[in-house]
Design a protein around this ligand. Sequence first.
Ligand SMILES: *Cc1c(COP(=O)(O)O)cnc(C)c1O
Length: 975
Amino acid sequence: MAQRRATAHAPFAHRHLGTTGPELGTILQRLAVADLEDVAAAAIPEGLPVLPPREHAQPASPSAGGLDEAGAIEALRALAALNDPHVEMIGQGYHPCLTPAVIARDILGNPAWTTSYTPYQAEISQGRLEAQLLFQTVICDLTGLPVACTSLLDEATAVAEAATLMARAARANRGTVILDAGLHPQCLEVARSRCQALGLETLQIGAEEISDAAALPEALLGAVLAHTTTRGRVQDLSAAVRVVHDRGGLVAIDADPLALTVLACPGQIGADIAVGSAQRLGVPLFFGGPHPGFMAVSQALQRQIPGRIVGVSRDAEGAQAYRLALQTREQHIRRQKATSNICTAQALLAVVAAMYAVHHGPQGLRDIATAIHERAAQIAVGVRQAGLEIEHEDFFDTLAVRLADAAQAVARAEAGGYNLRLLDAEHVGVSTNETTTAADVSRVIALLTGQELDDAQPAPPADGVLPLPQALTREGDFLTHPTFHEHRSEASLVRYLRRLADRDLALDRTMIPLGSCTLKLNAAVESAAWLDPALAGIHPYAPARQTRGWRRILGQLSSRLARLAGYDRISLQPASGAQGELAGLLAISSYLESIGQGQRDTCLVPASAHGTNAASAAGAGMRVVVVASAADGSIDVEDLRRALAANERRVAAIMLTYPSTHGVFEPQVTQVAELVHAAGGQVYIDGANLNALCGLMRPGDLGGDVSHLNLHKTFAIPHGGGGPGVGPVAVKAHLAPFLPGAPTGSAAPVDGDPDTGFTGAPVSGARFGSAGAMPLAWSYLALMDDADLRTASLSAIAHANYIAAELADSFPTLYSGPGGWVAHECILDLRELTAATGVSAEDVAKRLIDFGFHAPTLAFPVAGTLMVEPTESEPKAELDRFIAAMRTIRAEIDEIAAGAVALEDSVVRRAPHTLAQVAGDDWDRPYPRSRAAFPLEGMERDKYFAPVARIDNAFGDRNLACTCPPPTAFQDEAI
Ligand SMILES: *Cc1c(COP(=O)(O)O)cnc(C)c1O
């Protein structure tokens, strides 16, 4: 690929890296090494398989990296041009829609929204928390159920979550969940396999067959029913709901959000749970994802809902504030007992869906839904006039048209530029959507009926088919909150979005030094083309001949990732790291089963592991046995030997993270892998820390059989305020056949596709999961060659060691490897200071907000600590600003230690400080206002003020509210 530059080649890596030249020199000098290769020699213990230094790729290419910015954009566009976009009317849970330009620009194209982190630090996340609360409000209002979460990974996993929730709520390990045969096939597949992994039975029958309580299975846990079937029939579910309830089961209804604006909602029908996909609320097709799955539940089930819930609480001043509710349900604390394994969800897309509802308001959504229904009705009239039959009288947007030769009609439509769905030999599915025009209606009728296409022919009137039956129509208002009414004008919406974004800290304002999360630069060039219709406009089930570009992009991405990680094959299907873990562990189970070792049911998890590891093991139906850490933080090899002996012939796998979550290159990693292999187990290396290894070492060379990678960490996909994520799972050849296969409806893999030969059950509804986000990671790798990636890893390690060294006197680093070096992150130990002064790690995290910083990772993997990961992208000035802030805070703590100020009155405990406090007329604190607001020199001009003071988490959990409070509540300080 030609470099597009008239001047001498200026590699992109120099922009991706925060420190180069003399600045890097200063850092290296502080570490007493001459160059970055010396960092590798010093930090990585001897005896590990370190790759030799890399040459820059000659010549640069999309698959080897090294392109410049213009070259990378051009290469991606050239691949996108190999796709052959058709008018997508396949439906099956994925519908084209119109993303309002203001949302595309101000949210999807805006680093203030895309580069923020999951809102753990609530005080600096009030904007995205409000947006996600709006999403919950949309879901609650549309479904008629009171409690919603901020998003799930997609519709198919939401159905699976509903089914497994039923078992959790019943505290049962056994029992049967009925899955409505009318659900989309991909939802059935994903739910069935998730249930199977947990030992739950599923029974697939039509909702109309649920009429006799006595005929239902023993130990019935509940039923997941389809609001409208995959073939398009609007179902009257009231009888089925009654029967399942009579038998003590729970009822979930899978529904389309636009259909819910006109049809009876799950709450009205009596459901306990509603699930679905909010994709068509403004989110592009993206070749299958990322899409916001949703779930809402009844009050009785609120503690069972998976994923995150934004709730309303109050701050130290008694003012209303948002924060994540019920955080004790989270994996880090509950581990294998966690309610779910949603760590990264689809936050950014949930925000898009919420703002689509804000943009259109309730009447706008109803109008869109009505227009969609009318288009479908027009097609129904047209094909009936031509003598064809429609399978169902009661439809919303999807028709099953009966034809003598359905395959031929689908082929004719494709030749005419339309993708329809082949339902069976005699039925074609056609789904209308927000983009369907009158011309589309005429053409589809002509293509279905085989008539001459006559563009002058007007679309038939929809009379006679509307309205929908009374019993099935929606009662009651929705989206009554003022926010859904105040922003009809774009001027108002732009300012609302700006106001929310300004409340938050994202990477466009500050480094986010969150250990284990790798918040590196998300370069603009990487997101230059991901919204192009030639990529984002493609349906996941479009025929293979139309998606050559997509499959080339994904093929290049997976080969490069597999090479970098040292594995043979990769599945791109998992939509998060946690889902990658699940897919990897399921592959291990199936493999063991296939070699007659099905009794191996135990997963060893080190005490220091990320909470998702244990939760994934539980989700894969494995038993978790914890392996202790030694005093130096590494895996305790003696305890490992004991665990292996105690669980002889039962160990399926060990899950370890490398470098460990203690931020250290453990010398014994290869020994650990050998011990587990010798005991017949498989080795899962959690690849979330690949940012310390890329170009340097490969998990596959360390003894790993399987690893997941986090493209939203190491490979520069922005975090989106809590997703999208991409968690590909990489394996050695023996596990490849057990990786997730293509869901029904997808084009089957053809030779050269990255997923040929994978036959495991799918974990997502779409073959390539969150494909839409992958061009960003592809671009990162097209820009960075292997030598650049090695430089990036070594810079990340140098930066972490620089911070550890500079802060050694203020906040000692807890664990380090041989020679005192850490890997790409360091754990600052505050426990002694806390014991001496009462100042907690949380106090330091909150005080950092006054300096304009996002806190490091708090209390993981060790309580009472902060884990700092600066990444390679931070300039030295930003590292130094952080160091200065931390030293200042240390001095503030010393004042408390010296008895000069009481902890409760200290600037640290009372942080963060809001503008209202600092500028207020009352000031009774023992420190000056200037110290509260401007603790470092030079902060005055660009000061960030947290919009709320420190938040009372417990209050909000005791009084759970997870929809938007009425505006008057904000004026009422004493809630
Ligand atoms: C981030 C992370 C995960 C989970 O990834 P998600 O995409 O958030 O599900 C797993 N393990 C480790 C060590 C991580 O840092």
